[in-house]
Design a protein around this ligand. Sequence first.
Ligand code: UD1
Length: 418
Amino acid sequence: MDKMRIRGGKALHGTVQASGSKNAALPILISSLLAETPCRFRRVPNLMDVRTTFKLLEHMGVVVKNDLGKNEVELDASKVTSQEAPYDLVRTMRASVVVLGPLLARFGRAKVSLPGGCAIGARPINFHLTGLEKLGAEIELDQGYVIAKAKRLRGARVAFEFPSVGATENVMMAAVLAEGESILENCAQEPEIVDLARALRAMGAEISGEGSATIHIQGKKSLQGCDYSVIGDRIEAGTFLAAAFATRGSVRVEGLDSEFLESVLVKFEDAGAEIRRFSDAIELVSKGRPRGTDITTLPFPGFPTDMQAQFMAVMAVADGASVVTETVFENRFMHVPELVRLGADISIHGKSAMIRGQEKLLGAPLMATDLRASASLIIGALCAEGETVVNRIYHLDRGYERMEEKLRALGADIERIS
Ligand code: UD1
């Protein structure tokens, strides 16, 4: 199992390119199931979760011509042979459940393993299933599988109980081939939803309102292939900005719109960083030690839960105290005991963590527990004096493309050990 060795204490400086967004790419790759002719996708990040998605699509009979070295792929779903997402694949990547909507819409049936819980929370899919039922799907649960059927889905009004990202994606991908109009309310407004809507439009879908709480969809009889390029990864970009800030450096991240990260940029400013915003880049210049600042995670446009762990690592070395409140997932403080091993002073009180910033951290052996927790430990290690080894780095490989290479180019002393 790979590990990451980091010798901390160096400020990060320089320019880094954002990769394509993982969370946009996964549903967009899956949306190829809706098209009768091949789709070409560009700026697809070369990540474990993307390769798992290819396996999942191949399992269904999609022909995958993968050129991930160039971040491109062609997906041909003209001859789908199976509408099943098996346990082994869904277990390794929960985002697999968004195959339900497109399979049901195009083929009238889908059998998808229930994902089960994961390290950061229970993560049920009840909002996905209720939304699909509103479109006319008949759903039953059988031996750990969701079995969904419908002759042809019918457009309907779907009001989500919570703006779930996955549920919004699943129901959008179902509604584009349903008969008639759908109105989706209380939708997730994340940039990844907007990107999926654009990709679907490129296939011929009729969608409007994405990025707001209400999405209108006029169902089509069929969709065709497209050529579409994925947006930049705002969480990866935010991670580099956090690493630069925590180490008191300065960094320019290119390849994404600064608006995607506004809620995070405002907090970096509150904590004392200087931020410059561009339509295709973000610059952060630290002005000394970060200051303690409170955050609360919320659905977009609020502070993203996927940046909470990394922000906490910055606060661990800030001047003053801060409170981080997690409202999206129930168990997302797994990084706390590991940051404490570096000498951070953090205590958990229910949904909140109180961080008393320390002048310095000291390197230690650490264990990564989930994707964003791993990124937070890397940031902690980059600040810490001496050597840190982060174990179980495969979590990081699920979501960050060539992270150690990119950090090395910014001046970090980091290497992967096999
Ligand atoms: C997506 C992102 C993930 C991010 C999250 C929130 C992908 C592949 N993953 O996950 O990185 O952290 O959005 O921004 O894009 N919930 C229910 N019932 C449901 C659906 C969700 O109770 O049917 C709950 C979840 O348990 C969680 C909250 O709603 O507590 C948010 O989940 P959701 O927005 O659906 O996140 P994901 O789509 O799983």
